[in-house]
Write a protein that binds this ligand. Structure first.
Ligand code: KE4
Length: 426
């Protein structure tokens, strides 16, 4: 594969945009080499600036669950754009999408639209703090909830881990209110709750994690969190930016059978345009401005152009829920094929999968949290990533990401992907 034009475009981009990208993971820092510049995409395929056709397994990091340039979504956007793109005034289509989301997702009565997953998670934590009157939150190492200061925190030193900033610009004052625990470790959460009695507003997590690769919670962990929150008056926040409308109509709450107090969304809910959202019952959401004192706002929140894409996408998923089963079957097929190919090459690996989320880890230990995910051999991952790219398969350029399958992928695409694994030297 030739990537000359992508490299030239990257060199030019770096003269005007920090790192040449508008989101760091796109820069290929974790895998080396220059990023691929895409020219267009359709269905399961990306067409880059050098004319290469690539089978796409990131689907814009999740949103394009039906494939790129999906006709009903494009038609909805084009039609709506001709009537204006944003007014800063209420429009009917915001209610249409809100009604559909409330109908599809269990245990929510009100939903507020924002413009990104970060905004959704940041607002959900502010709402939890405002509703409970408490300051602290618990998050899990390796879970990503966007780049709001309260989330850019790593485990601090000391037994009861007060957070410490993991990015310059995040203050110690912010970090002290974020506590860290290991995913799938209920004991650590209980210790934090006991050591901060009555001070914790919320526990926030990815109910199926996708930012350490894909990690599935144990039943005892996720149900234990729910019981702990009920007992301690803590709000349980499911960050469903990845899992919402991907794992099923009702997302992780539905497939795991665990209720969250606040749920955040992004990616699929916007159909490929910038939409995030957070939702809860009427009592909790009633604390949000303008009804209540918790402030949150946004110029382009609920803009009709983005709403039209989200409504077209969710309507499709709501009327054809077999898409979720078809995606799950395709992901299971891919899982089996990759596992067989790597086993035949004698390559030590773990594959984690839930629904249409899957990740490959080059380690002999089960990957159940960030620490075990970080033990993956990144040199092998780099060879795997570039070996697949050379054969026209575009995977997430980081070992700490999940693949996002789209329903436009054919079984031939999956077979071609498996054949590519068989060919690469690891
Ligand atoms: P955004 O602000 O990027 O729309 O959403 C933040 C976010 C929140 N919660 C979860 C579970 C997420 O996965 C994300 C964003 N996901 C990353 C992919 N791991 C987006 C890719 C990127 O940062 O460019």
């Amino acid at each position: 594969m030739i990537y000359k034009r992508s490299s030239a475009l990257f060199a030019e981009a770096k003269q005007y945009i920090p790192g040449g990208v508008n989101s760091p993971v796109r820069a290929f820092k974790a895998v080396g080499g220059d990023p691929i510049f895409v020219k267009k995409a359709k269905g399961a395929y990306l067409y880059d600036e050098d004319g290469n056709k690539l089978i796409d397994y990131i689907a814009s990091w999740g949103p394009l669950i039906l494939g790129h340039a999906y006709e009903p979504v494009i038609n909805a956007i084009v039609e709506k754009a001709q009537k204006g793109t944003s007014f800063g005034m209420p429009t009917e289509i915001e209610t249409d999408l809100a009604k559909l989301a409330v109908e599809m997702v269990p245990n929510i009565e009100r939903i507020r639209f924002v413009n990104s997953g970060t905004e959704a998670c940041m607002s959900a934590v502010r709402l939890a703090r405002g509703y409970t009157g408490k300051d602290k939150i618990i998050k899990f190492s390796g879970c990503y909830h966007g780049h709001s200061d309260s989330f850019l925190i790593q485990a601090g030193s000391g037994a009861v881990t007060f957070g410490s900033p993991n990015s310059p610009g995040v203050t110690q004052g912010t970090a002290k209110d974020t506590l860290l625990a290991a995913y799938n470790n209920l004991d650590e959460v209980q210790n934090l709750v006991s050591a901060n009695k009555g001070e914790i507003a919320a526990i926030i997590l990815e109910p199926i994690a996708g930012n350490m690769g894909c990690i599935v919670p144990t039943d005892s962990f996720i149900k234990g969190l729910r019981e702990l929150c009920d007992h301690e008056g803590i709000l349980l926040v499911f960050d469903e930016v990845m899992t919402g409308f991907r794992l099923g109509k009702g997302g992780a709450q539905e497939v795991l059978g665990v209720k969250a107090d606040i749920v955040t969304f992004g990616k699929v809910i916007g159909g490929g345009l910038p939409v995030g959202a957070f939702a809860a019952n009427a009592d909790i959401m009633g604390h949000l401005a303008p009804d209540g004192p918790v402030y949150q706002a946004g110029t382009l929140s609920g803009n009709p152009l983005a709403m039209s894409a989200g409504l077209a996408m969710l309507t499709e998923l709501n009327t054809n829920p077999n898409i979720f089963k078809s995606l799950e079957e395709k992901t299971a097929y891919l899982h089996k094929g990759i596992a067989t190919a790597l086993e035949s090459k004698g390559v030590t690996h773990q594959i984690n999968r839930y629904g249409s989320m899957i990740s490959v880890h080059f380690t002999d230990e089960p990957v159940v949290d960030f620490a075990s995910s970080a033990k993956g051999n990144n040199d092998t991952f780099k060879k795997y990533f570039h070996g697949m790219l050379e054969q026209g398969v575009y995977l997430p350029p980081s070992a700490f990401e999940s693949y996002f399958l789209n329903d436009a992928l054919s079984y031939q695409d999956l077979d071609d992907t498996i054949a590519a694994v068989e060919k690469i030297a690891l």
